[in-house]
Design a protein around this ligand. Structure first.
Ligand SMILES: *Cc1c(COP(=O)(O)O)cnc(C)c1O
Length: 388
C-alpha cells in the first residue's frame, strides 16, 4: 500500500523563537496598540529602504488605504493585471471606482508595459485615463517598474505596487518595497506568503502625507494630535474623528510574530532559490516552461509556476497531482472572468495572454521547510502525470 502524499503548495514556518515572541506579548500590558507595531513598521521600512510604513490587518486593507490616500473616488479608474488575487482589483471597487485590466507579458506573467502603453494611448483619446495603476509582482518577481514609472509621468497616474508576494525580493539590486518607482507598495503576511503574522499587511511609502493619511484611516479617522484638530483640545481625554476610517489595525501579537519571522527572511529567500534551481534542473527535459527570471529582478520565489506546453493535458495533470497528494494550485483565475467582474459592465478586451495563462499554468509546491525528498516526490509525480 502506498501512503498518499500531503504536500501543500505553500506553508508557514513557525519556530520556538516565534512562539516565545508571541507569548511575550500575551504576558505584556498591550495586546494591541502597544510598542510592537511601530517597531515592526520601523524594521520593515529599514529593510526595504522606504521612509514610512503603516502596518494593517491584511494586504487587502493596505490596498484599500492606499487607494483612499491617493484620492481614488467614484468615476475614477484603476487598472491592474488580471493574473492576480482579486484583492488587487477589489480595492478600487471599495472606493466606488471602476476597474479595468492590462494584459500580462507572456514570459514574466507580470503586467506588460507595452500593453499598458497601448491601452493608455486609447484611453487618452477617450478621456478615460486611470488614476491608479497596480502592478502585481507575480510570484515575487518585480514588474518592469522603470517602464511603468516612465508611463506614469507621461500619463499622470499613481502607482501602487501589489508586492504581496515579494518581500525579500530585489529589483535592480535594491529591495522591493523601496518605492523608488511607485507611490505606495504593499506586502501581505498571510501564512502562505513569504513571512507571516497570521493575517496582516503593510503599506510602504516615501511620502509623509500618504503615510499620515493611511495611518489616520487605519484607525477610524481618529486623531489625538492637537495640530490636526479643528479646535483646541478639550483636555487629556480628547480625540477627534476627522475622516471616515476603519479598524484596519495590526495587533501587537501579530507584529511580534512578524518581527521574529523577519529575522529569517533572507534565509527563506535563499532556500526558496535553492529549491527553485533544483526544480529547474530536474524539470528541464519535460514538456513544460519553467519560470523565466529577468536580469533586473531577484525574485522572492513565492510561487514556482510552470506552464504546460500541451494545454489539453492541463486538467488531467492537475487532477493527477492532487489525487496523489501533491496539492498544486493555479495562481490565478483571471480576475476579469469572475462573475462579479463580468457584471461590472466594463468591456474587458485584449487579455489574450492572461486567458492563455489560465489554460496551462500550474503552481508547484514551494516553501522553505520543504525537504529535497518531498521535492523529489513532487518531481516524480509530475513526470508520471505528464506521461498520462
Ligand atoms: C495574498 C494577496 C493579496 C491579499 O493579501 P491578504 O493579506 O490576504 O489580504 C493581495 N494581492 C495579492 C497578489 C496576493 O497574493
Amino acid at each position: 500500500m502506498t501512503v498518499k502524499l500531503n504536500i501543500p503548495y505553500g506553508r508557514q514556518d513557525i519556530t520556538q523563537d516565534d512562539i516565545d515572541a508571541v507569548i511575550g506579548v500575551l504576558k505584556s500590558d498591550f495586546l494591541t496598540q502597544g510598542p510592537c507595531v511601530p517597531k515592526f513598521e520601523k524594521k520593515i521600512s529599514k529593510y526595504c529602504g522606504a521612509k514610512y510604513a503603516v502596518a494593517t490587518n491584511s494586504s487587502t486593507s493596505s490596498l484599500h488605504l492606499a487607494c483612499l490616500a491617493l484620492g481614488l473616488v467614484k468615476g475614477d479608474w484603476l487598472w491592474t493585471s488580471s493574473i492576480t488575487f482579486v484583492a488587487s482589483a477589489n480595492c478600487a471597487l471599495y472606493c466606488g471606482a471602476k476597474v479595468d485590466f492590462v494584459d500580462i507579458d507572456p514570459t514574466t506573467y507580470n503586467l506588460c508595459p507595452k500593453a499598458l502603453k497601448n491601452k493608455l494611448i486609447k484611453a487618452k483619446e477617450l478621456g478615460i485615463l486611470p488614476k491608479i495603476v497596480v502592478p502585481v509582482h507575480l510570484s515575487g518577481q518585480s514588474c518592469d517598474m522603470k517602464a511603468i514609472h516612465e508611463l506614469s509621468k507621461e500619463y499622470g497616474f499613481k502607482i501602487i505596487e501589489d508586492a504581496s508576494h515579494a518581500i525579500g525580493g530585489k529589483y535592480l539590486d535594491k529591495p522591493i518595497g523601496n518605492c523608488e518607482y511607485s507611490d505606495i507598495a504593499v506586502f501581505s503576511f498571510h501564512p502562505v506568503k513569504i513571512i507571516t503574522t497570521g493575517e496582516g499587511g503593510i503599506a510602504l511609502t516615501n511620502n509623509f502625507e500618504l503615510s499620515e493619511s493611511m495611518s489616520l484611516l487605519r484607525t477610524h479617522g481618529i486623531t489625538r494630535d492637537p495640530k490636526k484638530m479643528t479646535n483646541e483640545s478639550d483636555g487629556e481625554w480628547y480625540y477627534q474623528q476627522i475622516k471616515l476610517g476603519f479598524n484596519y489595525r495590526m495587533t501587537d501579537i501579530q507584529a511580534a510574530l512578524g518581527m521574529s519571522q523577519l529575522e529569517r527572511l533572507d534565509n527563506y529567500i535563499s532556500r526558496r532559490h535553492e529549491l527553485a534551481s533544483r526544480y529547474n534542473n530536474f524539470l528541464k527535459d519535460l514538456p513544460i516552461v519553467i519560470p523565466y527570471q529577468d536580469n533586473s529582478s531577484h525574485s522572492s520565489f513565492h510561487l514556482y509556476i510552470i506552464r504546460l506546453k500541451n494545454e489539453k493535458t492541463h486538467k488531467q495533470v492537475f487532477e493527477y497531482l492532487r489525487e496523489k497528494g501533491v496539492i498544486v494550485n493555479l495562481h490565478y483565475i483571471p480576475v476579469h472572468t469572475h462573475p462579479y467582474y463580468q457584471k461590472t459592465k466594463v468591456e474587458f478586451t485584449e487579455l489574450k495572454h492572461s486567458e492563455q495563462y489560465y489554460k496551462d499554468a500550474i503552481s508547484l509546491p514551494l516553501y522553505p521547510t520543504m525537504t529535497e525528498h518531498q521535492q523529489d516526490l513532487v518531481i516524480s509525480t509530475l513526470r508520471e502525470a505528464l506521461q498520462l
